[in-house]
Design a protein around this ligand. Structure first.
Ligand SMILES: [Zn+2]
Length: 325
């Protein structure tokens, strides 16, 4: 089946004044998988997936081991471009209140702090790669439920928001688009950029999924429970071109959540493995045709079989390399 794309053939694209034409150099990736966290028995978060994504990417020949780098800790100044000083202090010093910890969904630990800081930097580095090479990848990140003053839903810091603010601060971009196709609404991101016309927040998500009180993105498309490939892909194709035309981004951030999958434990949509792969291909083709640098983050994924989660994320990487080189 083919979906009509709202990118019209022959439509003139205005390339960002910030960016020279980039050749399609080989993409590299950033992984903070070594910074894992010990979770209580029965905890719902599949922390093991990050090491498996790294292994999967190598096993499928998407990246050589030497193409995958480990990020340093994010800089304090970058965190505070988005988050309040109080909240950053609370995460760094381990003084989150019991209520804040419950909302976050993770017990605080030094491991959590380290993982969070390194993962944010992975997205900052991937964003710099996108500007110099056309595409950048963090094999983690997409922590879109983190707000300026608190974390929730397994999201400590908002890596994508921090990367955008850091690049703006460095004068490397002015405008950005966020294409958030995780099954959960990017509520933290929507809140952070609510009053910023330079950052276009686009979220497609399950209407019945967390968060139950949604924020307002620049464009929200909420799908009913059980929506399948054809519904999702038709809606995406109908809107993505218009989103990019309206956003006129210097860089696009893609949250390639694996949780719209029909076997996901939390997600209420019903996409197939093939449908998710077609979703990724559509995003990459649409962005590449318009000359947009793209930053890919993994976001959520909670399928019953962890192998499925890893396959979905690996397919995203395969499609990225197919389109962006
Ligand atoms: Zn999610």
């Amino acid at each position: 089946m083919r979906w009509r794309c709202s990118c019209k053939a022959g439509e003139p694209f205005s390339l960002s004044p910030f960016l020279p034409f980039f050749p399609h150099s080989p993409v590299r990736a950033w992984s903070s998988a070594r910074f894992t966290i010990d979770l209580p028995p029965g905890h719902r978060f599949p922390i093991g997936k990050y090491a498996m994504i790294r292994q999967g990417a190598i096993a499928h020949g998407v990246f050589g081991g030497s193409d995958i780098h480990e990020p340093e800790r994010a800089d304090r100044w970058a965190l505070e471009l988005v988050h309040t000083r109080r909240y950053v202090d609370a995460v760094v010093e381990g003084t989150l209140s019991p209520q804040e910890t419950r909302r976050l969904g993770f017990p605080w630990s030094e491991q959590l702090r380290e993982r969070s800081l390194h993962t944010v930097q992975g997205t900052v580095e991937a964003a710099r790669d996108a500007l110099s090479m056309g595409a950048g990848v963090n094999l983690a990140g997409g922590t879109h439920h983190a707000f300026a003053d608190h974390g929730e839903g397994f999201c400590v810091f908002n890596d994508v928001a921090i990367a955008i603010r850091a690049l703006q601060q460095e004068g490397r971009v002015r405008r950005a688009a966020i294409v958030d196709l995780d099954v959960h609404q990017g509520n933290g991101t929507a809140g952070i950029f609510a009053d910023d016309p330079d950052v276009f927040t686009f979220s497609m998500h399950g209407a019945g999924n967390f968060p139950f009180r949604k924020e307002q993105s620049a464009l929200d498309l909420a799908l009913p429970d059980g929506a399948e490939d054809s519904t999702f892909l038709a809606l995406l194709a109908a809107h993505l071109g218009d989103v990019l035309a309206a956003a006129r981004p210097d860089v696009v951030f893609y949250l390639a959540g694996a949780d719209p999958y029909r076997e996901d434990r939390f997600g209420r949509l019903a996409l197939s493995l093939e449908g998710l792969r077609a979703r990724d291909a559509h995003v990459f083709n649409c962005c590449q045709r318009r000359g947009h640098p793209i930053v890919v983050t993994m976001a959520g994924g909670y399928a019953r079989a962890l192998d499925d989660v890893v396959n979905i994320h690996t397919n995203t990487l395969v499609e990225l390399r197919r389109v962006y080189g």
